[in-house]
Ligand binder design. Structure first.
Ligand code: PMP
Length: 393
């Protein structure tokens, strides 16, 4: 059995069709999309085509799509871009379990004099609409940011309910709503119009597109200041020569992700459920974090688990030697020994919050992969437990 990659929430391999399109675009004569000669006009047509396809797939206007370098930049642009047009101490309300590309800009804005309120999730990692709406009803609140689905434990937020709740506030008191839908796209239904969001962030490399491409959807009329200046690209909201080949490839990935989302959820959800059932049997006492496996408000591909007496960092290193790629908590934080802010916010102890193992599946993960991963995990976990018992005796 070859290696089994179970870290698709960190990044998922580029799809074959996407790679082929990217290679073809790189081979084609490329100009700067802002140049007026034929090579430039061709590149402009590629960028325009990518924007058209993304807009159609997401059900938004082409002028509402701002391409960025990734989900991180889209989140930074949403927060800084929306709030820096407001005067401190305007209030920003965000979920306590947001990705660091939301939380760190939020903390920076706090240093600049803005007020910040982080809303805690329930014990399953779900941000509840009443708690968020109560914070957002504060008259000084100007922006609410809540991720559509969490990258560490997979809990999904009731974004449509939040959008409806915010729309019920009087017009002059209605804060903008931003959602980081980076992990939700292609895995759960994403319907920006019915969600009623003003701003939404996406990342291509989480859905089989190229690294280094993201998108901020900015609904018509939403005031936003640029962070990167020096050119008229992206409607003046994000200067810099467009990466035409990568945008074309990203647009194809978005189209495929949206089209295949229902099938992804059914198929990958079934493999994830199988993996969880096998794991619960193989290592009794293992706890699944986040909503129950069959809950509709969870990412179908994400299993965050607490194994009894496990040191996940050691486990991840040993699993890697055995050809199984997993992650300890969130990939972005795994270089440090800090407990996961997501698990702490869910009420886990600091020890538990350092102890979660994340297995995130992709569109090609098979039931055999799941079986192999569980067998390897059981062997590795037992080996580590035996080594520890030897040391302690
Ligand atoms: N938001 C979430 C929820 C994520 O999981 C990630 C990726 N770890 C990002 C934002 C950042 O996206 P990117 O890697 O494209 O910068």
């Amino acid at each position: 059995m070859g290696p089994v990659y179970l870290d698709h929430n960190a990044t998922t391999p580029m799809r074959r069709e996407v790679r082929e399109l990217l290679a073809a675009e790189l081979d084609a004569l490329g100009g700067n999309p802002s140049s007026v000669h034929a090579a430039g006009r061709r590149a402009r047509a590629v960028v325009d085509g990518a924007r058209e396809r993304v807009a159609a797939a997401l059900g938004v206007g082409e002028e509402e799509c701002v391409f960025t370098s990734g989900g991180t930049e889209a989140n930074n642009l949403a927060l800084f871009g929306a709030l820096r047009l407001q005067a401190p101490p305007a209030l920003l309300v965000a979920g306590a379990t947001e990705h660091s590309s939301v939380l760190e800009p939020a903390r920076r804005l706090e240093l600049e004099g803005f007020a910040l309120r982080l809303v805690a999730p329930d014990s399953l990692g779900r941000i509840e609409a009443p708690a968020l709406l109560a914070a957002a009803a504060e008259p000084t609140c100007r922006l609410v940011s809540v991720m559509a689905a969490n990258n560490e434990v997979g809990s999904a937020a009731p974004v449509a309910e939040l959008g409806a709740g915010l729309r019920a506030l009087p017009g002059d008191r209605r804060p903008l709503l931003h959602t980081d839908a980076t992990q939700a796209l292609g895995r759960l239904p994403v319907d920006l119009a019915s969600w009623g969001v003003d701003l939404a962030s996406f990342s291509a490399h989480k859905i089989g597109g190229p690294l280094g491409v993201g998108l901020l959807v900015r609904r018509r009329g939403t005031p936003l200041a640029p962070m990167i200046m020096g050119g008229a690209q992206e409607g003046g909201l994000r200067a810099g020569t467009e990466n035409a080949p990568a945008l074309a490839a990203a647009a194809l990935a978005v189209e495929l992700a949206v089209r295949e989302q229902p099938a992804f959820r059914t198929r990958v959800g079934a493999v994830a459920a199988k993996l969880w059932a096998l794991l619960a049997e193989a290592i009794p006492g293992t706890r699944l974090l986040g909503p129950p496996i069959d809950a509709p408000d969870r990412l179908p591909n994400t299993l965050a688990v607490l194994l009894p007496d496990a040191r996940p960092r050691m486990l991840v290193a040993r699993l890697d030697l055995e050809g199984v790629a997993a992650s300890a908590g969130s990939a972005c934080a795994s270089g440090s020994i800090e407990p996961s802010h997501v698990l702490l916010a869910m009420g886990c102890s600091p020890e538990q919050a350092r102890g979660a193992l994340r297995l995130s599946l992709g569109r090609e993960t098979s039931p055999q992969d799941a079986r192999h991963a569980v067998e390897t995990l059981r062997r590795t976990w037992r080996g580590l437990a035996a080594a520890r018992d030897d040391r302690e005796n």
